[in-house]
Design a protein around this ligand. Structure first.
Ligand code: ZN
Length: 399
């Protein structure tokens, strides 16, 4: 094991592969040939996507990690849909985070090290193109699986449903107070000077073998996370109702709880200890909030077409939105490198075969292309601004 780059004051342990859990989806999906079948070149793909958008009254965009790759964020899957980036990635599951101080130390340590890679990212031309499509009236709204806030960074007015939450804020599981993640980073830095020194060392030496994950955390093989300290919610600490029930050390960092505290929140399946802070992103093993589900469904229901951008739809909460659109007879478009879950059914004529109107059409009834999201959308916006003279589009061209 390569450990030479680790500062000696960080205790280490041997990585036990047998203990790694797997996240639920790892098998590759088979990619369909392009639709229409003529869309084998970038210009043809651009034209097909432009036709798709031009002939819909309103399209809802469903985006995934693939749209943020050009911003420097990693995708979970490689181009062939396999889980190539980080086979050993073992995410923290919701229940272990909520119930285990140990899991929280591990999570926050990795998140602390990975934060810089997330904080500095900017929207790319894929996000910009989506915003322009909305300004132009072709796109009615966006549902994203990404937790990186980049759609909003591209256009603060763009209607976005963040299906899996956001990384930029943290929330107290007891009192629901939210805090900016950036400020929390400073608190973590203060409580963990040796980790802060390690982080500075990582910045200076980019060749250090670490693995970034799209949720903004980082894997450093061989590190013992137990020494990492994190603070509980300030609001709860000051709440007399919780006096003495939130164990903290002299610096205000959470102490491992040897006693099981049964708070009111506990009966709702939340933390045993009051004041546990969690990022507002949805963890594996955690449910999407009903209000968020409803909003995402309303966006699908309000559109007559759905355009999937940079997602293999491996996550059920995203896939079911496309299934819903299909059940409503809506048009489906996909721009993705690699296969998409169940996509053969999206354009089926009922007999399991892709219908001729999709294969031989011009993209208006359905489109499936395998090119970079930013390139395709950028081109499609240009085509639409030239050719699709909707009244509102003319306004948008000057926005
Ligand atoms: Zn609180």
């Amino acid at each position: 094991m390569r450990r030479g780059y680790l500062p000696t004051y960080l205790p280490t342990y041997t990585h036990t592969h047998a203990m790694l859990l797997r996240i639920p989806y790892t098998a590759p999906f088979t990619a369909l040939p392009p639709l229409p079948s003529s869309a084998t070149t970038l210009p043809a793909a651009v034209t097909a996507v432009a036709n798709f958008l031009a002939h819909a009254r309103s399209t809802v965009v469903l985006s995934g990690a693939g749209i943020s790759v050009a911003s420097g964020l990693p995708d979970y899957r490689g181009a062939k849909g396999t889980y190539t980036l980080n086979k050993e990635y073992r995410p923290t599951f919701f229940s272990e985070f909520v119930h285990g101080d140990r899991a929280r130390r591990r999570y926050w340590a990795r998140s602390f090290l990975g934060w810089r890679g997330v904080e500095g990212v900017r929207p790319n031309r894929g996000h910009d193109a989506v915003a322009r499509l909305w300004r132009g009236g072709w796109v009615g709204g966006v549902v994203t699986q990404n937790v990186d806030s980049l759609h909003t960074a591209a256009d603060a007015d763009l209607p976005v449903t963040n299906l899996h939450g956001l990384l930029a804020t943290i929330v107290c599981l007891t009192c629901r107070t939210t805090y900016p993640r950036a400020a929390f980073q400073l608190a973590l830095r203060t409580l963990n000077p040796s980790w802060a020194a390690f982080l500075d060392q990582l910045r200076e030496d980019p060749s250090t073998p670490v693995r970034r994950n799209p949720d903004g955390d980082i894997d450093v093989p061989g590190v013992e996370y137990e020494s990492f300290r994190y603070p509980p919610c300030k609001t709860c600490l000051e709440n007399p109702a919780y006096r003495g029930r939130i164990p903290v050390d002299n610096d205000g960092a959470a102490l491992p709880s040897t006693v099981r505290f049964h708070s009111e929140a506990d009966t709702q399946g939340h933390a045993h200890v009051p004041g546990v802070l969690k990022p507002t992103l949805v963890f594996f093993g955690e449910s999407v909030l009903q209000a968020v589900k409803d909003e995402a469904e309303a966006r699908v229901d309000a559109a007559d077409a759905i355009l999937v951008l940079g997602s293999s739809l491996a996550t059920y909460s995203a896939w079911r939105l496309v299934r819903r659109a299909r059940e409503q007879g809506k048009k489906i478009g996909v721009v993705n490198l690699g296969g998409v879950r169940g996509e053969a059914e999206f354009w089926s004529d009922g007999g399991g075969r892709v219908g001729a109107r999709y294969r031989l059409g011009d993209g208006r009834d359905g489109v499936r292309v395998e090119f970079d999201v930013g390139e395709v959308l950028d081109g499609a916006v240009e085509v639409l601004l030239r050719t699709d003279q909707r009244e509102k589009n003319i306004l948008a061209a000057h926005a």
